[in-house]
Design a protein around this ligand. Sequence first.
Ligand SMILES: Cc1ncc(C[n+]2csc(CCOP(=O)(O)OP(=O)(O)O)c2C)c(N)n1
Ligand SMILES: [Mg+2]
Length: 502
Amino acid sequence: MAAAWGKLTGQPGLCFVTRGPGATNAAIGIHSAMQDSAPMIVFVGQVGTDMRGREAFQELDYRAVFGTMAKWAVEIDQADRIPEILSRAWTTALTGRPGPVVVALPEDMLTSLTAAAPLTGPVRLAEPAPDTATMAEVRAMLSAARRPLILIGGCNWTGGGRAALQGFAEGSDIPVVAAFRYQDQFDNFSPAYAGEAGVGMPANVKRLLREADVILAINARFGEMTTDGYTLLAVPVPGQKLIHVHASDREIGKVYRPVLGIQAGPNAFAAALVPVTGDWAGWRARARADWEAGFELGPQPSPVDMGLVTAHLREVLPEDAILANGAGNFTVWPNKFYKFGARARLLAPQSGAMGYGVPAAIAAKVAYPDRTAVCFAGDGDFQMTCQELGTAMQAGAQPVILILNNGTYGTIRAHQERNFPARVSGTDLQNPDFVLLAQSYGFHAERVERTEDFPAAFARARASRTGAVLDLAISAEALTPRQTLSQMRDAALAKKDRTENQ
Ligand SMILES: Cc1ncc(C[n+]2csc(CCOP(=O)(O)OP(=O)(O)O)c2C)c(N)n1
Ligand SMILES: [Mg+2]
């Protein structure tokens, strides 16, 4: 919840957990905030300083455990230093590449008295901005390009920064691709928008990254998903001319050696861009047309057809809707078949953490009670955090949750069918009655058995004042939008036959 809060609001989400088991339970959230570059502060209990180091009850060395997972891990040893350390924690969470900070609080820090003055008021942080000579170089490189591409990422964009980038991209007619799960950071309705470089990357987006001669990467870190396993750009020197703009010195050159590295914040950088011209109108037009064509889809082999459901949601959801998801094959629907306008948001973890969607959608309802928050959850994914329905009721922050119930850990089943066809192992799920479960928490809940029943069920869900869970009957056959489970298995068996007969 705190990780999603940071991602959505740009301010640190705050989380308090107990020692050892509480801290390890928070680890998925800390890891997700780190991979998402989202600001968060986690306060963790610690044994008293008088017994530290003896492996006392629930003791953990937080600096060691979270030292490589969080942006910073610290323990407060003197109550007098609480203001200093909290100030640094807050600032660290927000500057450069935003991220999670873990602050451990030994028991005596909670009871000791101090005369230290408390902090007053927020810190003001100006973004690092590029100088004019550097911007002239950017212009020269882009103007000399034949197939320029902009790659954006991160969650610390402001409305002004986004508008400036959109104006530049449209004014220069340059296509824009979003890094894995950051497709909500650029208006998908802009003619410049050309898709997401994420998991299951479509061929047209791969082509854009591969064939671009100049890539202007702003605020993006080069993760495995965004680079298709580090194959679309060569490590460490890509064939494409790379301009890498990031507010953190630790990101520039981390994986790729840019032709031009610029340490600047995304909004300050976007504000300094002036449109360029070049002979690439066809390149941009095709990029956009290919993305639009990706929405064409045949019927799904499933009682509830998610192609039609998502098309319905594109029609009825308000322009400021907030979508959330965890991990599983079902995420293809909110991630690849929704169009995020300038005000819509996607809360989806770059860490691929199952269970992220439900608490993220609750956080969205806490932050923006009047906006529609819709969580897409797999049946496996939902059960990682479904107990948070209780938190939602307590907080009065109840989203609409769609469970894409296919009775399997579909992603893992797909790997099994592709690599070991017809050898299913441990991926079937014995699910509870999700309707009864949700109702027991006080949510409105319905089972949806047919596609044609979805629109009315969704309207009731949205109108419900208790939040709602819709349990959608999805066939395991419909594991990916363009290949059924049987097709996956048959293709793998045929390949196996060919290899064995050689
Ligand atoms: C916390 C966590 N545990 C395990 C995984 C590995 N994993 C990724 S997807 C997946 C299965 C998801 O199943 P489900 O939520 O039912 O979605 P489906 O693929 O069936 O649509 C698993 C086990 C993970 N990403 N996160
Ligand atoms: Mg499933």
